[in-house]
Design a protein. Structure first.
Length: 279
């Protein structure tokens, strides 16, 4: 039988789990758990005692899992949630992104031993094909270069419409230089400065950037940062992505800074990232 300690959808990093559990109260504080989720086509309950034959999708099984009441009991809350509309970079392809803010690292560990969490978890295990869950802490907001002006979204070339509303672009990054995880590698900083005016013109906004302190469950890869950037529309982001000047800066600088990445476009149902990271 699969359980929270031996899930079928990924491998637990025991070193990070021990670090979370062993954080002293004096050094503990909020942690943002960023979840990337890929679902089974059909939920698989075969490993469980009732052996039920599933007729629901993996996504529907995960919806049954949704431990909102449990999170509320421990002072945690979802601050971001949405389905992936398009993935531009990275493998595997993800179906959903969610972020839960926990009041402490210890509260995340304590949740794992609750009987009600164990009961709910069978639905997650049945529905999930793969997942990556990263423990993150906020980075300071990037400094706006002199002279860069951010227009109101209604004044950009591709504003929000009823058919194409706000979208969040989520970047999961592993840098070529691991020592730069809590900062910005030089090549990345050069890239960001080069495209700042273009990005602002298309309505780009930073919702929150995070340093990854550890991956509690995943596929063995190491990640350094997760970035949430907002745009007034998908059209606005794609116009920025297609800009020749931005593409040249990516080739000359960004591609040199990054060793591995996911880039996904999400239509958020819950979007409280910016509010959750205010210092």
């Amino acid at each position: 039988m699969s359980d929270t300690l031996n899930p079928r959808y990924g491998t637990i990093d025991q070193h990070y789990a021990l670090a979370l559990a062993g954080t002293s109260p004096d050094n503990d504080g909020p942690v943002w758990m960023v979840n990337l989720m890929k679902y089974r086509e059909v939920a698989d309950y075969a490993d469980y005692a009732d052996g039920q034959v599933s007729t629901i999708s993996g996504r529907e099984a995960d919806d049954r899992y949704a431990p909102v009441e449990i999170l509320g009991d421990i002072g945690a809350a979802p601050v971001f949630f949405g389905d992936v509309e398009q993935q531009l970079l990275g493998a595997p392809t993800w179906d959903r992104v969610a972020v839960v803010k926990y009041p402490t690292r210890r509260s995340f560990i304590d949740m794992q031993s609750r009987p009600d969490f164990h009961e709910a978890h069978q639905h997650k295990d049945a529905g999930m094909a793969e997942t990556i869950v990263m423990g993150c802490v906020p980075l300071p907001q990037p400094t706006t270069p002199p002279g860069v002006v951010f227009p109101d979204w209604e004044n950009v070339e591709h504003p929000s419409t009823a058919e194409d509303g706000p979208i969040t672009v989520v970047h999961v990054l592993r840098f070529a230089d691991p020592d730069a995880a809590r900062g910005v590698p030089d090549e990345m900083e050069t890239y960001e400065s080069a495209i700042a005016t273009i990005a602002a013109r298309h309505g780009a906004r930073v919702a929150g950037w995070f340093a990854v302190e550890g991956t509690i469950i995943g596929d063995g890869r190491v990640w350094h940062q997760v970035r949430f950037n907002q745009f007034p529309s998908k059209r606005a982001f794609l116009a920025l992505a297609a800009d020749p000047e931005r593409q040249l800066a990516q080739q000359d600088h960004r591609d040199k800074a990054i060793a591995d990445t996911f880039t996904v476009l999400v239509r958020p149902v819950i979007d409280l990232i910016a509010e959750s990271v205010r210092f």
